[in-house]
Ligand binder design. Structure first.
Ligand SMILES: C[S@@+](CC[C@H](N)C(=O)[O-])C[C@H]1O[C@@H](n2cnc3c(N)ncnc32)[C@H](O)[C@@H]1O
Length: 200
């Protein structure tokens, strides 16, 4: 008999993937607000491509390198059919593409920090992340969610996590569920914030 891994969820991203799987439905529109090397975008595309209708993924990043890396990983792992269901944008997530209508998006994903393998100075920042989260709230459809992976292991990342936690804690509990998953016995471990909009 094979044992389940210990701990059951190895990282915040592992937990996030399970959450995304439970949340998404056929035809959903999803936004990856920090596509980086494209791993999260690819995971989301795989999830949606199992459904009919298949849905749509919008992916954003400020860096051209990230957009190219995401385009490359998608083109090597998914069929041309589904590439028509993905739109990549080199832009800051503080402003979302105008085709995204209010209340139309099932999930917006943030994986904060810098591009792995890239310039560590080009990282997400508290001010633009906060503007983006404020804009993201109105895009989420009833029952949809915002998933934010934070990296408090360095000073700027800790400040950014504090901002995200304050933002989450200020949300109206009638309208939003706001929770934070953190490993209490792992020092400076990444953490996961999940904000779900009520169905009403
Ligand atoms: C930790 S990486 C994302 C990893 C990615 N999700 C993956 O699966 O490979 C963070 C990304 O956020 C991007 N970023 C930083 N500031 C941004 C902003 N204001 N708007 C959009 N993306 C930003 C960085 O360029 C970097 O690629």
């Amino acid at each position: 008999m094979t044992r389940k891994p210990f701990p059951l969820f190895q990282t915040p991203l592992d937990l996030a993937h399970t959450y995304w799987q439970r949340l998404l439905k056929p035809g959903d529109h999803v936004v990856d607000a920090t596509c980086g090397n494209g791993h999260d975008t690819l995971f989301l595309v795989h999830l949606l491509s199992q459904f009919s209708p298949q849905g749509f993924v919008t992916a954003l990043d400020t860096q051209l390198q990230a957009i190219e890396n995401t385009r490359h990983i998608l083109s090597t792992h998914i069929s041309n059919d589904f590439l028509d269901h993905v739109s990549l944008h080199q832009q800051c997530h503080s402003v979302f593409p105008t085709y995204l209508e209010k209340g139309s998006v099932a999930l917006i994903v943030y994986n904060l920090g810098y591009l792995p393998g890239g310039d560590k100075a080009l990282t997400t920042s508290s001010s633009t992340t906060q503007s983006s989260l404020a804009a993201a709230l109105s895009l989420i459809k009833p029952g949809g969610a915002i998933s934010i992976t934070c990296y408090p292991g360095h000073e700027a990342g800790k400040l950014e996590e504090d901002m995200v936690l304050n933002f989450a804690a200020s949300l109206n509990p009638q309208e939003w569920s706001a929770c934070h998953h953190v490993w209490l016995n792992r020092r400076q471990a990444p953490s996961l914030v999940l904000l779900q909009r009520s169905h009403i």
